[in-house]
Write a protein of this length. Structure first.
Length: 337
């Protein structure tokens, strides 16, 4: 851990780093270290432990006793979205940086992103390109995203992910206008947050690969058999298509009951769980292969093709199995409330 040049003003740090923790002991130390070893040391690190039953709590406490910038909170209420909002309520920085517990920030991330926001006062949220790593930290690939708001907006509306949450740094001032995360979204809360902002605030992204995203079989997304993550993603996209998703809009399950019922019925008919579980099978196959479990890798690969037989053709034709422009008409025809 880098203990040099800790110049943080504890009452007014430049950056508040926000992380929600739930049973993350396996990856937590490396993720925390990647934050503490930033070249720009002017930050506070807000970690909200959300009912973990593994060794996460002891890991957090060990770092809190060693580094005064580490602020550990405990939240009895379950839910990642609640944990993020609780952390936001305690943030004192000018900028908010997000990071998930299994991802890694590269050393110059905060330095480059805070400088970009300082030099571009018209931009409210900035991301970056990413590297992807497997369960053991081995490199898998790299992704580069558009840098301008117009292109990022287009990609977001096509239900792509050009702004992974662990790459975000945004101005805390926008929270005063938008409010925090919408706690209706127990999953895909980051995408829903962006959809509320996309037509009011300006996004940017750096071409530098400043974050490593871990793709592994222990993630919440991987263990989502019913594609609930995608369900909440499309819920926010449907609300946007209906013109309901304003920057200060929060879903009301009573007021929006008819809309939610109709949307859920439509979602079930689309059988998104098939391509979703196909993707999970491919990830498992890669993970087994990297562990030299070739038999298990082969079986997972075959199972993924059975679940998602259109994968190869979609890959060749560059079709997104989770999005079609025709959905917009469907969404617009759903009841308002």
């Amino acid at each position: 851990m880098n203990n040099d040049k800790k110049t943080t003003n504890h009452k007014h740090p430049k950056v508040s780093v926000l992380m929600g923790i739930y049973n993350s002991a396996r990856y937590l130390p490396a993720s925390i270290e990647s934050v503490l070893n930033q070249t720009d040391q002017d930050f506070e690190f807000i970690l909200v432990n959300n009912g973990s039953t593994d060794e996460s709590a002891s890991i957090l406490e060990s770092y809190a006793t060693r580094d005064s910038r580490v602020r550990v909170f405990y939240l009895a209420e379950p839910g990642h979205t609640k944990a993020l909002n609780y952390g936001l309520s305690h943030a004192r920085g000018t900028y908010i940086a997000r990071q998930d517990t299994d991802d890694l920030s590269h050393p110059q991330r905060f330095e480059k992103q805070s400088k970009y926001l300082n030099d571009n006062p018209n931009v409210h949220l900035v991301g970056s390109s990413v590297l992807t790593i497997d369960d053991a930290g081995n490199p898998i690939g790299k992704y580069s995203y558009p840098s301008d708001h117009k292109s990022l907006r287009k990609s977001l509306l096509e239900v792509n992910s050009p702004l992974p949450a662990s790459t975000w740094m945004f101005r805390k001032s926008i929270i005063k206008k938008t409010g925090p995360y919408d706690e209706f979204f127990i999953k895909a809360q980051d995408y829903a947050f962006l959809m509320r902002l996309v037509d009011v605030f300006t996004f940017g992204s750096l071409s530098d690969h400043l974050v490593s995203l871990r793709k592994h079989t222990n993630s919440v997304t991987f263990n989502d058999n019913s594609a609930e993550q995608h369900k909440f993603t499309l819920t926010s996209r449907a609300l946007y298509a209906k013109g309901l998703f304003e920057y200060n809009y929060l879903v009301n399950t009573d007021k929006n009951a008819d809309f939610l019922k109709a949307f859920n019925t439509w979602f079930t008919t689309q059988k998104f769980h098939r391509p979703y579980n196909g993707a999970r099978g491919r990830l498992a196959a890669r993970s087994f292969y990297n562990d030299r479990k070739f038999g298990a890798s082969f079986i997972s690969g075959i199972q993924s093709l059975i679940m998602d037989p259109k994968y190869i053709s979609n890959k060749i034709l560059r079709r997104n199995p989770f999005w079609n422009e025709s959905y917009i008409v469907v969404f617009q025809n759903l009841p308002n409330s």
